[in-house]
Write a protein that binds this ligand. Structure first.
Ligand SMILES: [Zn+2]
Length: 688
């Protein structure tokens, strides 16, 4: 039998060696057609590797089983990393078609590994005698993680249960892909097209962004408000046209719930049912119990206890905020009750009145490029890192690359920032990687990306951020550092591969440094005059830190509670998603003027993939940690205290999953955190 060879000139760059700068794949040359054959080949290779490990005649050893697993699947990682970067940040109909095809194949491949009984038997054997294997601390942790993963994936179950699990996993993978694509389709399908006469209240930056968005949609000269969060939210904040605010708001919150082909409710109900069934097969009462068992929180009760502690205070604060906003409406002679599409508009007015702060004025001081520099300098002062722009073959002209070096000048990794919104990008902001750090097969350095959705300015104008956008930039950069500073041997333990209620600690902690006066004074500079932000304005900006936290905390915590509740259902028989959401919000006494930050039909954290299913509480769990962790710096009187930074790097940013999260935190802080720092940070101990 002969093996067909690619004809000359049609070499698939995904299958070739990557010899370009920093070992990057030749991204501009990669076409959607290249993925399917590359996936097929990589999947077959991984399957053969797994079968060989499982069938090894030699008795199980750490090297021939655990290390062999760590070395397997490399071709698949390469192809998948490239593919999912593009599927998130620069997708197309062709990429989406590949995504729908390969997501069940990837699930099947993962099943073939985790449900391989011979392989599980080898891991279980090693685990049972782990104390006699002469392993170091990292190797013991790795063996423990493999054992836990296999048990949680069903490796120990009998054949019929495993067959059912495999079918569930594949179906969930397809549904998750479809869910995300439906949300993107709804977002792409709509824009509120406006003329000059419809822009009352909008500051220049919002007009410029709307003009650029219209241009991208081929409607030059008009203005487009899109369903991207930055576009929509700034319109809601500034537009004095109540009719238009209502129109865009109603469309925005209906994403995934519009009937027709992109309606996500049936998919979602099926996913909830399959997850509940999966949990039962694995011996848990509900999906939430299953999910939290391997988190820092350990049980849904522990997560709920924290949320409950916050919820009552947040609602009280939001009620006071609502009354203050309603008063403005009355003062202006308005004869209507504050509605959800009014909240941001009047909150902006009140903020301006109370603190004499004008978001449009503030924005002039938050230039994207300066904020990127500010994030870099913070990393320099904490960890001695430096960042140099480099040219690299990337997938879109808006993406930029920097080489990261440490104090000694040694190469640490590559950082790619892709900051502007566009139609081909999924909404939200995230960190991802093209390559993760490890030392098992050579000294491998990471390639880390931050993808955001900031409004792109018109040509020749500087890109301006809101203070929230700047915070998002710091947040994602905190995740990036978690990937870049990773210092482990085994890839399974690298970087951000920690429980999701711990993974937001490095990112949320990093947000604190944006507010350090040193950093703001240096980098918050006026886009046109270059002047630093006047001290009085800076003080007023920082004074507003807890302003609006009632709204923000309610908007978030409602999502976390509904997430835990829907994943605590024992099954999804007759689950009517819209009714469930409505009833559950009534049960927790959701304020009528606030809508969940992510309603269920477009809640991608939970249903597009599922990384945060029964895990949305993680942000607040991590916030307890980050508020307490930043106090460790404040207690020294120096936001860049070298000793504290050293421990932070050793036990958090550089430590991947080397330790149980609670142990890692204790090693950094000397104790576990209490909720007080969080309540103080959000101003929930004060009245509005
Ligand atoms: Zn995050």
């Amino acid at each position: 039998m002969t093996h067909p060879q690619s004809p000359p000139g049609t070499q698939n760059p995904l299958l070739a060696d990557w010899t370009g700068p920093f070992g990057l794949p030749p991204l501009p040359e990669i076409k959607p057609d290249h993925f399917r054959p590359a996936f097929d080949r990589a999947l077959a290779a991984h399957r053969a590797e797994i079968d060989a490990i499982a069938a090894d005649k030699a008795a199980p050893s750490f090297a021939n089983t655990i290390e062999a697993l760590e070395k397997s699947g490399r071709a698949l990682d390469r192809v998948s990393n490239v593919f999912f970067v593009l599927a998130g940040a620069d997708t197309s109909d062709a990429i989406e078609a590949v995504e729908r095809e390969v997501s069940p194949l990837l699930a099947r491949n993962s099943n073939a590994m985790y449900l391989n009984r011979a392989l599980y038997a080898r891991i279980a054997d090693l685990y049972a005698r782990c104390d006699t294997l002469g392993l170091d601390a990292e190797q013991s942790r790795l063996l423990d993680r493999y054992h836990t993963r296999f048990v949680r994936a069903g490796g120990a179950l009998d054949q019929p249960a495993q067959d059912r699990l495999a079918a569930i996993n594949e179906r969930l993978a397809s549904l998750g892909t479809q869910f995300g694509q439906n949300v993107l389709a709804d977002e792409k399908a709509y824009a509120l097209m406006l003329d000059d006469g419809d822009l009352a209240g909008l500051p220049d930056f919002a007009r410029a962004a709307a003009r650029a968005a219209a241009e991208e949609r081929g409607e030059a000269g008009k203005y487009a408000i899109t369903l991207a969060r930055s576009s929509c939210e700034s319109f809601l904040q500034f537009s004095s046209r109540r009719d238009l605010r209502e129109k865009i708001f109603q469309t925005w919150i209906k994403r995934g719930e519009n009937g027709g082909a992109t309606d996500n409710r049936a998919l979602l109900a099926e996913m909830v049912g399959l997850r509940a069934e999966r949990a039962k097969l694995l011996g848990f009462a509900t999906y939430a119990d299953y999910r939290l068992d391997d988190q820092m929180a350990k049980t849904p009760q522990a997560a709920r206890k924290l949320l409950d502690e916050v919820w009552g205070r947040a609602r009280a604060k939001a009620a006071a905020e609502r009354d203050a906003l309603q008063k403005i409406i009355a003062q202006e002679g308005g004869n209507f009750a504050l509605a959800p599409w009014d909240w941001r508009y009047y909150a902006e007015k009140l903020r301006k009145a109370r603190y004499d702060l004008d978001e449009a004025e503030i924005k002039q001081y938050f230039q994207l490029d300066k904020m990127v520099e500010a994030a870099f300098e913070t990393a320099h002062r904490l960890f001695g890192l430096s960042f140099t722009p480099v040219s690299a073959p990337l997938y879109h002209p808006d993406a930029r690359a920097w080489e990261v070096k440490d104090k000694s000048g040694a190469h640490v990794g590559l950082f790619i920032g892709d900051y502007f919104a566009r139609g081909s990008k999924h909404s939200g902001a995230w960190m991802t990687s093209l390559r993760d750090q490890e030392k098992l097969q050579g000294d491998i350095h990471p390639v880390i990306l931050n993808v955001c959705n900031f409004s792109k300015p018109a040509a020749g104008e500087p890109a301006l951020l809101s203070f929230d956008d700047a915070r998002t930039l710091f947040h994602e950069f905190g995740h990036a550092l978690h990937g870049l500073l990773s210092n482990v041997t085994y890839p399974l333990l690298a970087g951000t591969s920690v429980p999701s209620d711990f993974v937001e600690l490095p990112s949320q902690l990093y947000e604190h440094w944006l507010e350090v006066p040193d950093i703001l004074q240096k980098y918050a500079r006026h886009a046109h005059t270059g002047e630093p932000m006047p001290k009085a304005l800076l003080d007023r900006l920082l004074a507003t830190r807890t302003y609006g936290q009632g709204f923000a905390t309610v908007e978030y915590t409602a999502c976390a509670l509904v997430d835990l509740d829907i994943h605590a259902l024992p099954d999804a028989a007759k689950l009517d998603v819209s009714k469930f959401e409505k009833d559950d919000l009534a049960r927790i006494q959701m304020p009528a003027e606030i809508v969940m930050r992510h309603r269920l039909p477009h809640f991608q954290h939970l249903f597009s993939g599922g990384g945060y299913a029964a895990g949305y509480y993680s942000y607040m769990w991590s916030e307890v940690l980050d508020a307490d962790a930043f106090e460790a710096f404040e207690e020294t009187g120096n936001a860049f205290d070298p000793e504290t930074a050293k421990r932070l790097r050793a036990f958090i940013y550089g430590a991947g999953n080397l330790r149980d999260p609670a142990k890692a935190y204790k090693a950094f802080r000397g104790r576990l955190p209490a909720v007080d720092a969080l309540l103080k940070k959000r101003g929930l101990t004060e009245s509005a």
